[in-house]
Design a protein around this ligand. Structure first.
Ligand SMILES: C[S@@+](CC[C@H](N)C(=O)[O-])C[C@H]1O[C@@H](n2cnc3c(N)ncnc32)[C@H](O)[C@@H]1O
Length: 302
């Protein structure tokens, strides 16, 4: 539940009022700054910024200012239940609740993502088949619910030209930090290029603007993986996902997002759902691909 104090972080209504004037190019820089402040999807927990490295105080203050958050100096009790932590290498999200596991950060370099990038493969994964990505046939893909960018990176590592959209300002900062480290690593190790970019904001507005302003560059595929409402008693979701849900809440407007995506994509919209979940917005997909726990609903448009 959201209490009044947490609601004081909410800058969304101001942003929405300003949205109407967005066409004015002289105001664009201002909006970019505003969009980086906390929005309505970040109000489910209290947050603060902490420089744990000891030498990134300036960055910590800039980040805290951008997101309108307090800075913690590491002394006494933490003022918040989630912390955005600047370590020597990266930006991490920490929880005060130990049961929720270790730090969350975006990793496009090591682990599964890095292995995939260096060794290729993965063409048979349901996500890749659902999106319709094939070797030597790059697609322009918008991942309109980027989260931690894991699905987006799978698609980009296989040659997709991927734009991530994320409305949580905190997740967007983690993604931007992941992209920065990816660019550094790619330069140092001469790794194969991936095309992966990020836009912060609500995908419903960004997609509407895309359809109107750049009709010739509409994406071939739009991919949606909205947060599914938590059911009491349902099997434990991954710890990482539980913490993300605490940060951004459930995506209860996913129906509207699908309806916005359908007229913008040129080839297909793909929606990832829990296997037994109802379809979004009552829209019957052209076909579905099922794996153990997951279903990909595919809406073919051409
Ligand atoms: C389940 S997570 C996605 C996980 C992601 N597929 C991955 O691989 O890491 C859903 C994310 O979509 C974002 N989201 C939901 N609706 C959105 C919208 N209308 N615009 C932008 N982001 C949205 C949420 O903030 C959340 O971060």
């Amino acid at each position: 539940m959201i209490d009044d104090e947490q609601l004081s972080f909410n800058t969304q209504s101001t942003i929405m009022n300003l949205f109407a004037h967005r066409q004015n190019p002289s105001l664009r820089l201002f909006y970019n700054v505003m969009d980086n402040r906390l929005n309505q999807k970040d109000i489910f927990s209290t947050l603060a910024v902490w420089d744990a490295s000891g030498w990134r105080q300036q960055e910590a203050h800039t980040l805290a200012q951008q997101l309108a958050l307090p800075v913690w100096n590491g002394e006494g009790d933490s003022p918040a239940d989630l912390l955005l932590v600047l370590t020597a290498e990266r930006l991490e999200l920490h929880s005060q609740n130990r049961e929720e596991g270790g730090p969350i950060f975006v990793d496009f370099v090591q682990g599964k993502a890095g292995y995939r990038r260096q060794h290729g493969g993965g063409w048979r994964q349901p996500l890749v088949r659902a999106v319709g990505l094939r070797p030597s046939q790059p697609l322009r893909i918008v991942d309109a619910t980027a989260g931690l960018g894991q699905d987006a990176f799978v698609l980009a590592a296989l040659g997709g030209v991927v734009t991530m959209l994320e409305r949580s300002s905190v997740l967007s900062c983690l993604l931007a930090d992941g992209l920065r480290r990816l660019a550094e690593q790619s330069r140092l190790q001469a790794l194969p290029q991936v095309t992966l970019t990020l836009q912060t904001g609500d995908a419903r507005h960004l997609l509407a603007a895309w359809g109107e302003e750049a009709p010739l560059q509409r994406p071939e595929v739009i991919y949606l993986d909205p947060m599914y409402p938590h059911r009491p008693g349902s099997a434990l979701v991954k710890k990482e996902m539980r913490r993300l849900r605490r940060l951004v809440g459930d995506d209860t407007d996913a129906d509207a997002l699908l309806l916005q995506a359908l007229p913008v994509a040129t080839r297909r919209v793909v929606v990832k759902r829990p296997r037994a979940a109802p379809v979004l917005a009552g829209q019957r997909p052209t076909m579905s691909l099922e794996s153990n726990l997951t279903r990909y609903d595919i809406y073919r448009l051409a």
